[in-house]
Design a protein around this ligand. Structure first.
Ligand code: HEM
Length: 331
């Protein structure tokens, strides 16, 4: 009897301690905007039919949103009055304008259908999920209910949170661990590099002054022909496919490239060099099915990083600026 009462008190205490506020869920817009997900998916289908390569633009926006201050659409905010926003940080200068515009267009459709209801953070996550599927990857349910931030991170904070392409396996593992993601998540999510491009300055350090021994020699020669010496300005530099075999298809060819020393970035090839991650690379290279199921699980984990829910944050009306405050309206 005493033991039972003790357990009960403990359970109540744990429930109180574990209550983190309203969580994301799978039917968040069921009553308030039942067409939300179908509006996003039909928009993405039309968008990618015009240019399938834009799947890469959405994936990168999603990653850069979630790793800086959480999945709160802070990456979409413009700095006003000369203030620099996350968009001015060097890695964000090459986010694709067409993909950013696609999010704006989807938001406009959703504002018409259900004003002030669907957050920009949820739009980024859902649009990316649907784009992956449209490009040949898996489809999977995604919980919603993320709120948008009212402010963005500084340029320095943005740089501190986004792993650079020069990172080795230990640095990558540490960066992902700081976001609650493990080695399996790191390897699965890096598989997003099965689509899209990288500019010369992000990998030319592997070619000159000396050749990276973890780079296939024939592949290196091709890269050296694409990237001339001194080609280190992002605005003018050439770019090349992250997955040289099937660049616009979401498949597991990325991992097979790593087995053949044809990973484009140091951070890609390191996943096969290091014995904490190499067996996962081999497993995903062998089985597209296991890559897809792990990618889906890790994507959902990524989409939950530091989310704002309930009364935290807001649903922005315009994804690129925070809503005007009441005080301003009242004045
Ligand atoms: C593991 C650490 C990662 C590093 C160091 C990294 C770094 C980079 C770099 C340097 C580029 C080339 C940018 C350019 O030159 O324009 C790039 C492109 C890209 N990244 Fe990552 N990335 C990482 C993880 C991820 C993750 C987790 C995702 C998504 C889930 C992702 C999605 C992409 C995509 C799709 C592109 C191609 C973008 C385009 O073509 O516009 N990356 N990444």
């Amino acid at each position: 009897m005493l033991l039972a009462r003790g357990l009960c008190v403990l359970t109540i205490a744990l429930v109180v301690l574990c209550d983190e506020g309203p969580a994301l869920n799978y039917s968040y817009y069921a009553k308030t905007c039942p067409r939300a997900e179908s509006i996003v998916s039909s928009s993405i289908r039309t968008f990618l039919r015009r240019d399938r390569s834009e799947v890469a633009g959405l994936l990168r926006i999603f990653f850069h949103d979630c790793f800086v201050q959480g999945c709160d659409a802070s990456v979409l905010l413009m700095g006003l009055n000369g203030k620099e926003s996350e968009q001015q940080a060097v890695p964000n200068l090459t986010l694709r304008p067409k993909s950013l515009q696609a999010i704006t267009d989807i938001k406009a459709r959703l504002e018409k259908a259900c004003p002030g209801t669907v957050s920009c953070a949820d739009i980024i996550a859902l649009a990316t999920r649907d784009a992956v599927n449209e490009a040949g990857g898996p489809w999977f349910p995604l919980p919603t209910g993320r709120k948008d931030s009212k402010s963005f991170a500084s340029v320095q904070e943005t740089l501190n949170n986004l792993p650079p392409p020069s990172f080795n396996a230990s640095e990558l593992l540490e960066s992902f661990q700081s976001k609650g993601l493990n080695a399996t998540d790191l390897v699965a999510l890096s598989g997003a590099h099965t689509v899209g491009k990288a500019h010369c300055p992000t990998f030319s350090g592997r070619l000159r002054p000396s050749l990276d021994p973890d780079l296939d020699i024939n592949f290196a020669q091709k890269l050296a022909a694409t990237c001339r010496e001194g080609d280190d300005d992002f605005a003018t530099s050439n770019s090349t496919d992250l997955d040289s075999s099937t660049p616009n298809r979401f498949d597991n060819a990325y991992y097979r490239n790593l087995l053949g020393k044809k990973g484009l970035l140091t951070s890609d090839q390191q996943l096969f060099v290091d014995n904490r991650t190499s067996s996962l690379v081999e497993a995903f290279a062998r089985s597209q099915r296991s890559f897809f199921s792990q990618f889906a699980a890790s994507f959902v984990k990524l989409s939950k990083i530091q989310v704002l829910t309930g009364s935290e944050g807001e649903v922005r009306i315009n994804c690129s600026v925070a809503n005007p405050s009441r005080m301003l309206y009242d004045a």
